[in-house]
Design a protein around this ligand. Structure first.
Ligand code: NAP
Length: 241
């Protein structure tokens, strides 16, 4: 049966990889959200055509999120799967993080997921069916030096997901977290070749990840029916907890 899937931040990187993977099933209808990267979003639409729609919305703005979700529900009658992927990162010493840096990080990585989830949840509860996947990070699990605000936002997402899984399980809504390790996307553009080699050296599987490594995990979590409240971390063994 046709599944209606919203992926936030699907213009680039991991979100785009997830959209490409899920669009292979032609019964799926993917709403690929983007904010600034209009050109990349249009390319995605052009490549995947009929079962992908793109929708511009800044997830930090409640009204834009509500408009997007209302559009999807009015058009398709439901949302089956929500993938909260949109996010930002910043590498800064804690002493240099300003109040604005902190607020922007939390607004994007945590409050954005709160807005989308609040907006879809009534429909999912009504349908007694739903799957929410939140993209956190290994730094949300173990903390990253010089990424305190990022780590806090991603740890918050894990706490939110675990609590929601308990509350929404009786409504047949599953909530899980994927906490990737180092994935080769624009988010890591500033990492030097030397840093990448160091990461590979510290990683038991001796490689960094690709968006594809995350989309495979998403596909599995969508198909599975007995996993909720869990944190799955595709990271090559870089972090083992
Ligand atoms: P990326 O290449 O920088 O892409 C980030 C995506 O988020 C873009 O599509 C961007 O859309 C979107 N986005 C940012 N702010 C937004 C906003 N206010 N409203 C809507 N969309 C917004 O990063 P990525 O590596 O694919 O990361 C995707 C997710 O995985 C993030 O949550 C990140 O924290 C997490 N993650 C990444 C890594 C990694 O190593 N790459 C590791 C662990 C976790 P526009 O460009 O259209 O604004």
């Amino acid at each position: 049966m046709s599944k209606i899937i919203l992926i936030t931040g699907a213009s680039r990187g991991i979100g785009r990889g997830i959209a490409e993977e899920l669009a292979k099933n032609k019964e799926n209808i993917i709403i690929a959200n983007y904010n600034k990267s209009e050109k990349e979003a249009m390319e995605l639409k052009e490549n995947l055509k009929e079962n992908v729609e793109i929708y511009k919305a800044d997830i930090t703005k409640k009204v834009e999120v509500d408009n997007m979700i209302n559009y999807i529900i009015n058009t398709y009658g439901k949302i089956d799967i929500l993938i909260n992927n949109a996010g930002i990162s910043e590498f800064k010493m804690f002493t240099d993080i300003t109040e604005d840096d902190w607020n922007k990080m939390i607004a994007t990585n945590l409050t954005g997921a709160f807005f989308t989830t609040k907006s879809v949840i009534e429909n999912m509860i009504h349908n007694k069916s739903g799957c929410i996947i939140n993209i956190s990070s290994i730094w949300g699990m173990v903390g990253g030096s010089c990424e305190v605000h990022y780590s806090a936002s991603k740890a918050g997402l894990i706490g939110m997901s675990k609590a929601l899984a308990k509350e929404l399980g009786p409504s047949n809504i599953r909530v899980n977290v994927i906490a990737p390790g180092y994935i080769d996307t624009e988010m890591n553009n500033e990492c030097s070749d030397e840093t990448i080699e160091e990461v590979k050296e510290e990683t038991p599987l001796r490689k960094i990840g690709k968006p594809d490594d995350i989309s495979k995990c998403v596909k599995w979590l969508i198909e599975d029916e007995f996993t909720t409240g869990q944190v799955i971390s595709p990271n090559g063994g870089w972090i083992i907890v």
